[in-house]
Write a protein that binds this ligand. Structure first.
Ligand SMILES: Cc1cc2nc3c(=O)[nH]c(=O)nc-3n(C[C@H](O)[C@H](O)[C@H](O)COP(=O)(O)O)c2cc1C
Length: 183
């Protein structure tokens, strides 16, 4: 059955190497008949409990988009061993209740399947992926057991261009297969 998959790229950069992963995974899922969308979270305000209720319109918009999705896929670079700030800001908003005085994970995101992948320097985004899986679990999402990490080649940093190798594609294909089985 066709599902709605929502992608989130932790990098806000226009020529993001992580976007290359997003585009590949999206195209493979589309070939299998699934619908894909990418979340734009660049205009989210910085999380601040003083502005939570009523939620800013941009926050409401993002909650509605997440609600309509069947599963999420987060692809992220690693910044100083962990999450890029913009991604953490998005996750902080997504973790919060809709109504004041209500506790626990919000229903628009609770129990959703989420896959995690990332491309970074020598670390292959290992640390950010591990931190993300821990955080998403604590937010009551269901992280996929398989996670792909790609070590960006030196040439990518020299030229500003990144092309997935056959080996990279093979690893992503395995994660895509596992994701589809878990959908
Ligand atoms: C602020 C900052 C911190 C970074 N820290 C790490 C790091 O801890 N580990 C790593 O492997 N790469 C690190 N990098 C390199 C990024 O992984 C690399 O720039 C990557 O291309 C960013 O992803 P993007 O191309 O999708 O924007 C860092 C880059 C920036 C800008």
């Amino acid at each position: 059955m066709s599902k709605n998959i929502l992608f989130i790229n932790g990098s806000l950069r226009k020529k993001s190497f992580n976007q290359t992963l997003v585009d590949y995974i999206k195209s493979q899922l589309e070939k299998k008949g699934h619908r894909v969308e990418q979340l734009d979270f660049i205009n989210l305000p910085l999380f601040n409990q003083d502005i939570e209720f009523p939620a800013p319109s941009e926050v409401q918009k993002i909650r509605d988009i997440i609600k309509k999705s069947d599963a999420l896929w987060i692809v992220s670079p690693e910044y100083n061993g962990t999450f890029p700030g913009g991604l953490k800001n998005f996750l902080d908003w997504a973790s919060r209740p809709i109504e004041q005085g209500v506790f626990g994970p919000p229903s628009f995101i609770k129990d959703k399947l989420v896959a995690v992948s990332g491309a970074a320097g020598r670390s292959g985004a290992a640390s950010v992926r591990e931190n993300l899986i821990k955080l998403l679990t604590s937010m009551s999402l269901k992280p996929l057991g398989t996670s792909t990490g790609i070590v960006l080649p030196t040439e990518a940093f020299q030229t500003g261009e990144f092309v997935l190798s056959d080996e990279n594609k093979k690893e992503l294909d395995k994660q895509i297969d596992d994701f589809i089985k878990a959908l």
